[in-house]
Design a protein around this ligand. Sequence first.
Ligand code: CP
Length: 309
Amino acid sequence: MIGRDLLGIEDLDRADLERILETSARMGEVGLRDVKKVPTLRGRTIINLFFEPSTRTRTSFEIAGKRLSADVVNFSPSGSSLKKAEGILDTAMTLDAMDPDAVVVRHEVAGVPKRLADALDAPVVNAGDGAHEHPTQALLDAYTVWEEKGRLDGLTVTIVGDVLHSRVARSNLYAFSKLGAEVRLAAPPTMLPPAVETLGVKAYTSLREAIEGADVVMLLRIQKERLEGCFFPSIREYAATFGLDRDKLRYARDDAIVMHPGPINRGVEIAHDLADQRPSVILDQVRNGVAVRMAVLYLFAGRSPEREG
Ligand code: CP
């Protein structure tokens, strides 16, 4: 994988995914040590290029790079020459000229990481682009399920919420399907992609039917600021119909886990008490994000012989 871009789960095969998950398990052990640092990427430089707000992804990429002893640079668009009308491509090419070993990109527009990947020498890691993909979120989600259940093959994973606008849903759909799980989607009809059946998943407009017998229930964030009145009548109605609480969770398997990529809207897609306690694994997902991003940086940001030469 060295020198490759990581733009989406769609581009990876099952063997790639399994290699990343197995590497993540080894990286997770570093986080359990007194000194949480290994020299693996000493002398390497990682640039975090986030054009859209982020807490989990940006911070965990930074921690991941530092645990591997890389030099991590957090580029801040607000304090850069972007404010002097420099374009994103020129900005990225300028940073690339400083010879980083990887550039981690988040942007609100789908396709920006691919555009940069085509122009830069350094491998580009997509940290979320518009409604396209969020590959490292799906990898940490798959890793969390693997850690909890010991397998992915044969599990039923139900993804609930605004599937149409969700890069997390898209990446998870690819990841869990490739790893042998059955994926179900649950949403109001206005939030399901057109021709959803061609994606090889089952789609439901009834939450109860969608989570019946599920091993994993994954909730998506409702973007309250954008969606109310457009895709469903009100937040209150969404919460009543698709919000998950312990009562509705009874339809899933007894040992089902509840996941959410964050940030969460308490009392909307997830009940307050469910967000903070088992079977919710939301903070385990966050913790595993560091290990998975260490694995991604290790596997994609090492030096290929050509770059070394
Ligand atoms: N899950 C996720 O991408 O969160 P952030 O926006 O905080 O990075």
